[in-house]
Design a protein around this ligand. Structure first.
Ligand code: HEM
Length: 138
């Protein structure tokens, strides 16, 4: 099974509503997190269009609808945050996915999220710093 676009390409209104619920719940929880909250507030000003884009992304990743046509990695490379943000991001995402999606859909979303978080982390922090932590620069 492909990692991304694993689904049938068809969704019910209920499945789309669940995806949107997940994205809203994720940002509700993320905004309360002391690491993620400031990152989100500094970068996201126009919330409804952003939520629609991220819902398109997850509709594609979970159900194969192919609605997201952007480059998900690019904006992250421009953001200023440390590697520890990924643990917070995954914790907020996984709890939102479990609470909003049907169990099999949550399993797919979490699998994709873990894989992409790992790839983003390696892409943004390709070096090891003097302190042994992942670093943006050699
Ligand atoms: C440390 C972890 C992460 C942080 C702090 C973070 C934060 C953000 C922020 C602030 C934006 C808005 C950027 C902008 O519009 O300029 C964004 C966009 C987005 N993020 Fe993340 N993100 C993280 C990880 C991830 C991961 C692992 C995924 C995918 C599984 C993801 C998927 C997306 C998508 C699809 C967008 C929309 C991109 C677009 O506008 O086309 N993010 N993220």
């Amino acid at each position: 099974m492909a990692l991304i676009e694993a689904g049938s390409g068809c969704t019910t209104p209920g499945q789309e509503a669940a995806i949107e619920r997940m994205v809203r719940l994720f940002y509700e929880r993320g905004l309360r997190d002391d690491v993620l909250g400031p990152i989100f507030r500094a970068a996201i000003h126009d919330w409804e269009p952003h939520i629609a884009i991220v819902a398109d992304f997850w509709s594609g990743a979970v159900h194969g609808t192919g609605r997201y046509r952007g480059n998900a990695f690019a904006p992250h490379a421009r953001l200023d945050f440390g590697p520890e943000a990924f643990e917070r991001w995954l914790a907020a995402f996984e709890s939102a996915a479990r609470d909003a999606l049907a169990a099999p859909d949550a399993d797919v979303a979490i699998r994709v999220a873990r894989h992409m978080a790992q790839s983003f982390r390696a892409g943004i922090f390709p070096f090891t710093g003097k302190d042994g932590r992942p670093s943006r620069t050699p």
